[in-house]
Design a protein around this ligand. Sequence first.
Ligand code: CP3
Length: 338
Amino acid sequence: MNNSSFLQALSREKNDVPPIWFMRQAGRYLPEYQTIRKNYKNFLDMCKEPRTCAELALQPIERFDLDASILFSDILTIPDAFNLGLAFHEGEGPKFSNPISTPQDIARLEDFQIEKLSYVYKAVEETKKILPATLPLIGFCGSPWTLAAYSIEGGGSKDFAKTKKFISDHPEAVKDYLEIITDACFQYLKQQVLSGVNALQIFDSWADLLNPNDLETYSLKYTRKLARKLKEDVVTSKTPIILFEKAPQKKISDILFEDLSCISLHWSESIESVSENLKGQFAIQGNLNPLFLLESDEIIQAETKKICGAMKNFPGFIFNLGHGITPDIKPEKVRGHD
Ligand code: CP3
């Protein structure tokens, strides 16, 4: 594992060729994924089969020349473990049948039971068994804020109006829920590390719902707390943490904090200007707009070269997309480096 170019980059070592992996590298754009997916009525049932998860995580590794693998699971396993009743309906995305609707729903929550997610830790173990021994595995969770937003909204939404109203009506109850989720995320990630993951990524996919003040109050405060807990624990203190933060309302350099190793940059950011401020402090992962993968090979190559050229002398660059691969992308458009 010491020779992993991905882990070296997370320690801000310079590589001649940047390591590469893709957010959502396992998923619906791969025909071999669809073949397995057909056997399950519900996506969540598939996530509860550790051997299947391992097989799905391996699929992009077998197809492309990638430098890291990511656990096959979902960020919504934690709210599901709090009995919010998660289901994924075809074409509709995630839905909770029992969302957080009142402060009493938060007060009544059962304690987090870490063993409810043992299917995830088993998936880590099974994945490690079949991955090449030198290939690192990334574990992950949603940020406390992103998980709270889904829990209150009851699923995905364009404007998250219900969540915004709930935080303005019941700010203290939301903070109680964020504390509960932060602790659950810590225990969950620790268990992933104990089961074999080599790095961790936190997805704050819904950070852009918040104004700059609320971003601090409801999101960053809890992500920082989660990262601090991980750094203070002997099991997880050395595991690098990557943060994906979709927050155009704030400068990346004002978001980052010392417990992180790396920022996974959204495609809307200029990687060149962000890198000038972060050199020597953080690794950077990113940030090709996945929409470019719908374009010609010439355009994909030109845009990739632009990013790699700008980051050539940056110690700790990992090439990735600036958000997840979408199901409409042809796998032939995703190619490893030479
Ligand atoms: O290679 C990988 O990255 C696979 C593991 C993975 C999945 N989801 C599998 C998945 C990871 C890391 C995620 C993270 C995730 N899940 C995020 C954060 C990243 C981001 O995109 O911002 C979020 C917000 C979710 C929540 C979620 N899960 C949504 C909104 C959906 C529906 C998406 C849609 O377009 O319908 C999912 C389902 C999901 N998670 C699928 C996969 C492969 C598709 C399920 C299917 O086959 O029906």
